[in-house]
Design a protein around this ligand. Structure first.
Ligand SMILES: [Mg+2]
Length: 358
């Protein structure tokens, strides 16, 4: 079997009714985008994607005519030969999109779900709902209602944003969340690179009494020394790495002690092929993996390895996706991996085409 084409299909879906923001960015638009890898035998790999110019240009040129089963060889072909081997940046995320579509394709060729091809450590994984963003008109009662709504939907762990409001207000938001959730639900906070080390340590100490499962991205991404200082200062584990690229970027994060929990995103970091290498590196340092990003891919990653901790889910944050993507089954706070070949992402293309043309 040979690869014949690689393409990106995007469905812009208009404006969100209510924009939401974290400490650094505001999200205003809805949309879905896919990468497809086509073959001469009619089997097609699909995953989420973007960056059409790079994927349909240089990356496609490196893949057409190749055997899709050669995971490590194709990753190396995508990484080299058309650019200097720089290990960070948008090109790595584009490689990651295609690598994940290639894994979906391999699963379909071999008749196996991807998590089994990657390692098959287990077939269900703990999941948390990502939410608790800032929105106009969203006060403490609305925040509490949103987070307890995730628990009502079946989650046993939820994450909220911090770093985007004045310090006392953020502390009050975390207190309100813990009081609403009670002691048995895991709660994480995510600062999205809001602070320097001194500010982050001060905040971390102020919310330590609320029994946080982790404190995410306290410092700027290049400030590994600062993040390491936060790790040393707090009992709360620091989670980081969602915008770190490749095994080399994550090596620096890990070796400099800048994360207690590694959050490499299976798309951003260069795809599931590279994510597995990072998971092995983290395992050698006795660190768990809690991948950032879409649970449709992240659940396969967490299920594949012995140090998979928990997977992020945007299901509560992006309820509009339910119209287009078949949900993954959630039982007792755990996502159940699909046993269909590939990644098992069920996409209603007809509904997407209708919605995108509206
Ligand atoms: Mg985050």
């Amino acid at each position: 079997m040979r690869i014949t084409d690689v393409r990106v299909i995007s469905y812009p879906l208009g404006k969100l009714e209510r924009p939401y923001r974290n400490s650094i960015l505001t999200t205003t638009n809805k949309g879905l985008s896919f990468v497809e890898v086509l073959t001469d035998e009619g089997v097609t790999g699909v995953c989420f994607g973007g960056n059409r110019a790079t994927i349909e240009g240089s990356i496609k040129a490196r893949l057409v005519g190749e055997d899709p089963l050669d995971a490590a060889r194709l990753w190396h072909r995508m990484f080299t030969g058309w650019r200097k081997p720089v290990a960070k940046g948008d090109a790595i995320a584009a490689i990651g999109c295609v690598d994940n579509a290639l894994w979906d394709l391999r699963g379909k060729i071999l008749g196996q779900p991807v998590y089994r091809l990657l390692g098959g450590f287990r077939n269900r994984v703990p999941a948390y709902a990502a939410g608790g963003y800032y929105e106009d008109g969203k006060g403490l009662p609305e925040l509490a209602a949103e987070l307890t709504g995730f628990v009502d939907a079946g989650y046993r762990a939820v994450k909220m944003k911090v770093g985007g409001a004045p310090f006392p207000e953020d502390v009050a938001r975390v207190r309100a969340a813990r009081e609403a959730l009670g002691p048995d639900i895991q709660l994480m906070v995510d600062a999205n690179n809001a602070w320097n080390a001194a500010e982050a340590i001060r905040f971390g100490r102020a919310v330590e009494r609320y029994d946080l499962t982790w404190f995410e991205e306290p410092c700027w991404p290049d400030d590994l020394e600062g993040a390491a200082a936060v790790c040393r200062a707090l009992d709360t584990p620091v989670a980081s790495g969602e915008i770190e690229y490749t095994r080399w970027g994550c090596r620096d994060l890990i070796e400099r002690g800048a994360a207690d929990i590694v959050q490499a995103d299976p798309q951003t970091t260069g795809g599931l092929t590279e994510w597995l290498r990072i998971a092995a590196l983290a395992s050698a340092h006795h660190l768990p993996m809690a991948p950032h990003g879409n649970h449709y891919v992240g659940a396969h990653a967490v299920a594949a390895v012995d140090n998979g901790m928990i997977v992020e889910s945007y299901a509560g944050l992006h309820p509009w996706q339910d119209e287009f993507l078949a949900p993954m089954r959630l039982e007792d706070g755990e996502l159940v991996l699909p046993d269909t070949p590939g990644l098992g992402i069920g996409v209603d293309r007809a509904a997407l085409e209708r919605a995108a043309s509206r």
